[in-house]
Structures are given as structure tokens and as C-alpha cells.
Design a protein around this ligand. Structure first.
Ligand SMILES: [Zn+2]
Length: 103
């Protein structure tokens, strides 16, 4: 399995509560859930941290703006976030590499 190269970015995980259930920890806002892979969910990702094992994805609840984090245990999840999360820092692509692909 090729190593997935990711780095920490965005919000600091320290002081942010861990959510076991992928839900906002604020009991007053009906537990907004980060489960599922909709556009509404991925745009709430405000950070990623390698300081936990497995790594952590940090979300900001769209209702109360409290932050919480969940473990991102699978590589496919992380790949998905890299691709679709609008906040995820994008790598600059080298255009010359693209042109070397032959058929
Ligand atoms: Zn909330």
C-alpha cells in the first residue's frame, strides 16, 4: 500500500472535544452530524491533525460553530477529504508531469 502523504493543517486540535459519534458535542443544537460524505459535511472540515493515532479530522458545526474532531481511520476517507474538502490545502501541481503521460 503506497504511503499516503498528508500533513496537519488548519485548526489546532488541543482544547477541541473528541466526538465518538461524529456529532457536534453541543447538546443545544441537536447534534449536527458529520457522518456521511455530502458537500454540506466536507465544507465544515476546518483542520486535520496527525497528533492523534489514527489521525484526526476537525469539523466546525454549521449550527453553533463549536468545533469537534473525529478519528479518520481509513485511507479512503482521507483521500476523499483531500479531493472534495474545499478547505483542504491544495498541492501545486507540476504541469510538465501531466504532459509526460503516454498512451
Ligand atoms: Zn453544534
Amino acid at each position: 500500500m503506497p504511503e499516503l502523504k498528508v500533513r496537519s493543517w488548519g485548526a489546532e486540535i488541543y482544547g477541541i472535544p473528541h466526538s465518538e459519534g461524529f456529532c457536534c458535542e453541543n447538546g443545544n443544537c441537536e447534534g449536527w452530524s458529520a457522518l456521511g460524505a455530502s458537500d454540506e459535511v466536507v465544507k465544515q472540515v476546518v483542520g486535520f491533525s496527525l497528533s492523534t493515532n489514527p489521525s484526526a479530522v476537525i469539523y466546525e458545526c454549521p449550527k453553533c460553530f463549536e468545533r469537534f474532531w473525529v478519528h479518520s481511520s481509513s485511507e479512503s476517507t482521507i483521500k476523499f477529504l483531500i479531493k472534495f474538502c474545499p478547505n483542504w490545502p491544495k498541492k501545486k501541481r507540476n504541469k510538465s508531469v501531466k504532459n509526460t503521460v503516454s498512451t
